[in-house]
Ligand binder design. Structure first.
Ligand code: HEC
Length: 550
C-alpha cells in the first residue's frame, strides 16, 4: 500500500489532467465523490458544494482535505449521530432542523427525517463523514488528476457582480498598511474574539476570549497593581489581569462571542457580553449585562442580568456582535443559526430573532422584560414582526460597527458558498438572505412577492476569502488618505481590505495589507486608532503612517 506522503508529493510536484480528474470525481464505481458533493453551486448534498473550491483553497489545502478529511471539518458539516428512543441509530450531516423534526443526510445521499420527540440522544463528532483512504483505489497519477480537477473549480465572474461595479481584481496598495504587534508575545491571548478600550483610562483595554470564556484587562505599559491575583506582567510593563471568568467551556459551543460597554460606563459601570451556550439541551446565544467593580479593574461579582436569549437550530451562525449606536440604543447582530443554506428560512422569518439586526433600549424596562422597545423601531405594532427587529435577511453578521461621523451602520455578513458581503444597514430593510447571497439569487423558497431586498455595498468571491470579518470606518486622522475608509478583512485568507462608497454604491476597494494571523475581529482605541484581533492570540495595531489609499 502506498503512503499518503506519496500521493501528497505526486500531486504537489506534478500537474494532472483536470478532465480525467472530473471523470474520476463522477465515477460512482471507483470514487464516491459525487455522491456527497455537487460542484455546480446547487448544494443540497451531504458534503459542501465544491463550486469555487479552487479559489477557496490552495493546492496543498485541497490535497490535505482529500487525504485527511477529519483534520479540519468544514463549519456546519460535522457528523451528527442520533439515537432514537426505539433504539435506532442514524449518522449524517444535519440538513434541516425544525421544532418538530430534524433531517440528516448520510453517505447514501438520502435524507432521513427523525421526529424530535423520538430522539433519545444526539451527538456531534470530530470525525468527518467523508471516509479516510479514498485515495487508496487510485494511482498517484490518477490522484493528481483528481486534485487538478478540484484546483480548476474556480468561481466565474458573473454579470450581476459586473453590473454592480465589483472589480474582477481587487488591486493591492503600493504602500500597504503596517501591522505592529501591540503587546508582548508572552501575554498573548487564547483565541481572543473582542478587543476594546476602557473609557476614561488611557491605554487600558478589555479582551474577551472565545472558549475559555475569560475577559482580560490589558494595561498598556501600566504600573498600577491589578485587583486580582491572576496577573502577568509583560517585559515592556504591560499588565494583563483577569477581569471576569464567565465559566467553564461546554463542548460544541463557541463560548464568548462579543462585548460592549455602556456609553455611560464611567457612571453606571454596566457592560454586556454575548455567550454561546447549551441550555435545556439546545444551543443558544445569551446576552448578559454585568457591572464592573467601582475601581473598574475587574467585574463587581454581582449577579448577571440576562437581557435576551436566542435559541438556535445548530451550533453555527450564532451572531454575538453588540454595539451602542449614537442614538444610545443597543444593537445586536444575530446569525441564522444554521444549518447551512438556511433551509428553514430563518433570515426571512420576521417572527424570529435569527438572521437579524436587533435594536433595544437597555435603560428602560417594558412590562416584565429587562429592556424596552424603542418606539421608533420600524416594526412596532406590526403583528407579523418582532418589535426588536431593526433589519433582516442576514446570514451571520460577524462584526458590525457605526461610523462615528455619519452614524452609518456597517455590517460584514458571512456568505454561504460564493460571496462575502459588506452592507450598510438602515432601518427596516431586508438584506436578502437566503433569497440572495451577495448580488446573486440563492433560493426562491422564502421569497415574498413584491418585497425589495437591498444589495450589498460590496461583495467578494472565494478568490479573496471564505469568511468576512467586518471592521470600522477609520476616523482617527483627518489628514490621512484612509480617513473615511471602511477597513475590514477575511478571517481565513487574512487579507485586509479598505473601501469607500457613496450612497451605498462602491467607489473604490483595495487590498490594503495581509494579517499575520486569522482576522477574527477589529477594535478601536479612544482616539479611533484601529487594532486587529488575531485568532492565534496577538493584537496588532494598524499603522497608516506610510500607507497611501489610492
Ligand atoms: C460520504 C460522503 C462523502 C464522500 C464520499 C466524499 N466526501 Fe468530501 N466531504 C464530505 C463532508 C461531509 C465534508 C465536510 C466535512 C469535512 O470538512 O471533512 C467533505 C469535505 C470535502 C472537502 C473540503 C471542502 C471544504 O469546503 O472545506 C473536499 C475538497 C472534499 N470533501 C473532496 C472530496 C473528494 C475529492 C471526494 C472523492 C474522492 C470526496 N470528497 C468524497 C463528505 C464526503
Amino acid at each position: 500500500m502506498r503512503s499518503q506522503e506519496e500521493y501528497l508529493h505526486a500531486a504537489l510536484a506534478h500537474e494532472g489532467d483536470p478532465l480525467r480528474g472530473k471523470a474520476l470525481f463522477s465515477d460512482a464505481q471507483r470514487l464516491a465523490c459525487s455522491r456527497c458533493h455537487s460542484e455546480d453551486g446547487n448544494g443540497g448534498m451531504a458534503g459542501p458544494d465544491l463550486f469555487g473550491v479552487g479559489d477557496k483553497f490552495g493546492r496543498r489545502e485541497i490535497i490535505e482535505a482529500v487525504l485527511a478529511p477529519s483534520a479540519t471539518i468544514a463549519p456546519g458539516y460535522s457528523t451528527t449521530t442520533v439515537e432514537t428512543k426505539a433504539g435506532e441509530e442514524y449518522t449524517g450531516i444535519l440538513k434541516q432542523v425544525t421544532g418538530e423534526w430534524i433531517e440528516l443526510m448520510g453517505a447514501d445521499a438520502k435524507p432521513v427525517r427523525i421526529v424530535t420527540a423520538d430522539i433519545r440522544a444526539q451527538h456531534t463528532s470530530e470525525v468527518s463523514l467523508m471516509p479516510d483512504g479514498l485515495e487508496a483505489g487510485l494511482t498517484p497519477a490518477e490522484f493528481t488528476d483528481l486534485i487538478e480537477y478540484l484546483v480548476s473549480l474556480k468561481q466565474p465572474e458573473t454579470a450581476a457582480m459586473v453590473e454592480h461595479g465589483m472589480p474582477g481584481v481587487i488591486q493591492p496598495l503600493a504602500k500597504p498598511v503596517g501591522l505592529q504587534r501591540f503587546m508582548p508575545e508572552e501575554l498573548k491571548f487564547e483565541h481572543p474574539v473582542w478587543f476594546g478600550p476602557v473609557p476614561g483610562e488611557s491605554g487600558v483595554f478589555l479582551v474577551a476570549e472565545h472558549e475559555t470564556g475569560k475577559i482580560w484587562r490589558l494595561e498598556e505599559g501600566g504600573t498600577g497593581v491589578p485587583a486580582v491575583t491572576d496577573r502577568r506582567h509583560g517585559s515592556s510593563g504591560f499588565i494583563k489581569s483577569l477581569f471576569l471568568d464567565t465559566g467553564t467551556y461546554q463542548k460544541g459551543t463557541r463560548g464568548l462571542l462579543g462585548m460592549t460597554l455602556h456609553p455611560k460606563f464611567r457612571e453606571n459601570r454596566r457592560y454586556y457580553f454575548a455567550k454561546h451556550v447549551v441550555e435545556d439541551g439546545k444551543f443558544a446565544t445569551i446576552i448578559f449585562e454585568r457591572e464592573a467593580a467601582p475601581d473598574f479593574k475587574a467585574d463587581s461579582g454581582k449577579p448577571s442580568l440576562r437581557l435576551l436569549k436566542f435559541d438556535e437550530a445548530t451550533n453555527v451562525h450564532y451572531g454575538g456582535g453588540l454595539e451602542f449606536g449614537r442614538d444610545g440604543c443597543f444593537y445586536i447582530g444575530m446569525g441564522d443559526s444554521g444549518p447551512q443554506e438556511d433551509p428553514q428560512g430563518h433570515g426571512q422569518n420576521t417572527k424570529l430573532f435569527l438572521g437579524k439586526m436587533l435594536r433595544i433600549d437597555v435603560d428602560h424596562h417594558d412590562g416584565g422584560q429587562p429592556y424596552a422597545i424603542p418606539q421608533d423601531n420600524p416594526f412596532v405594532g406590526r403583528p407579523d414582526f418582532l418589535p426588536e427587529i431593526w433589519a433582516y435577511g442576514l446570514r451571520e453578521p460577524w462584526r458590525f460597527s457605526f461610523d462615528p461621523v455619519t452614524g452609518d451602520l456597517w455590517v460584514g455578513d458571512v456568505g454561504q458558498d460564493r460571496y462575502e458581503e459588506v452592507d450598510i444597514v438602515r432601518r427596516g430593510e431586508n438584506y436578502g438572505w437566503n433569497v440572495y447571497e451577495g448580488f446573486e439569487r440563492f433560493s426562491n423558497r422564502y421569497r415574498r412577492e413584491g418585497e425589495t431586498c437591498v444589495p450589498p455595498v460590496f461583495a467578494y468571491g472565494r478568490k479573496y476569502g471564505p469568511s468576512i470579518t467586518g471592521g470600522h470606518v477609520y476616523r482617527a486622522d483627518p489628514g490621512s488618505t484612509f480617513y473615511g475608509v471602511y477597513v475590514f478583512g477575511d478571517y481565513e485568507s487574512r487579507r485586509l481590505f479598505g473601501l469607500v462608497q457613496k450612497d451605498r454604491v462602491l467607489k473604490k476597494v483595495r487590498q490594503i495589507g495581509t494579517a499575520p494571523q486569522r482576522i477574527v475581529s477589529f477594535g478601536l482605541d479612544a482616539q479611533g486608532g484601529l487594532y486587529l484581533v488575531g485568532y492565534e492570540g496577538m493584537i496588532y495595531k494598524l499603522d497608516f503612517e506610510r500607507a497611501v489609499f489610492e
